[in-house]
Design a protein around this ligand. Structure first.
Ligand code: 5GP
Length: 179
């Protein structure tokens, strides 16, 4: 698969080091709490797995699957719940774990939903942030890396459901999606 990438942007080692850094920040923040980490499927799965290894407080994990209408590469802002949480967020300190924030529309929807469901607090950690893509005013509480306004794959991020299993983040060669 490596030969299908134009470039590797973030190596496996850089991701692991960043997860360790974010993990200690999160441990410090939630030391008096029993937070609920909510992973957004499917992209956040590898980051959730890497991150929680470095968090040294008791925590609970759950997952939500949402789809935003639109084509494969551009989000429209309308969000549909495919799989809801199994856990109630009421009174809980919720940490949303995301792979990437682009327009911010998906996350904006989730933050509002968890407030509506009476979470005690709602914070966001994202592995990648693409601030140039933003359509709503949203700044993550914690972020791993800022990436340019290009379509990235790997470490959970897909193109047509492929490349999620790459252990690093990269940019595809244009001929891959131009067929
Ligand atoms: P937002 O609602 O912030 O625009 O979209 C977030 C979701 O869009 C991410 O969870 C991810 O699934 C998808 N997405 C946004 N940018 C990229 C990208 O560069 N590469 C991939 N593979 N998915 C992206």
């Amino acid at each position: 698969m490596r030969d299908e990438l134009k470039e590797i942007l973030i190596s496996e080692e850089e991701i692991q080091n960043k997860a360790r850094e974010l993990g200690s920040e999160i441990s410090e923040h939630y030391k008096e709490s029993f937070p609920l980490f909510v992973g957004v499927l499917k992209g956040a799965l590898p980051f959730m797995a890497e991150l929680i290894k470095h968090v040294d407080v008791h925590l609970e994990i759950d997952f939500m699957d949402v789809s935003s209408y639109g084509n494969a590469m551009v989000s429209s802002g309308e969000v549909k719940i495919i799989k809801d949480l199994n856990t109630s967020v009421e009174g809980r300190d919720v940490l949303i774990v995301e792979d990437i924030i682009d327009s911010g529309l998906t996350l904006n929807y989730l933050i509002e939903l968890f407030h509506y469901r009476k979470a005690k607090s709602v914070k966001v950690v994202t592995l990648l942030d693409k601030p140039e893509g933003r359509k709503v005013d949203l700044v993550p509480d914690m972020s791993g890396f800022t990436v340019p306004d290009e379509f990235v794959v790997g470490f959970g991020l897909d193109y047509a459901e492929r490349y999620r299993n790459l252990p690093y983040i990269g940019i595809l060669k244009p001929e891959i999606y131009e067929g």
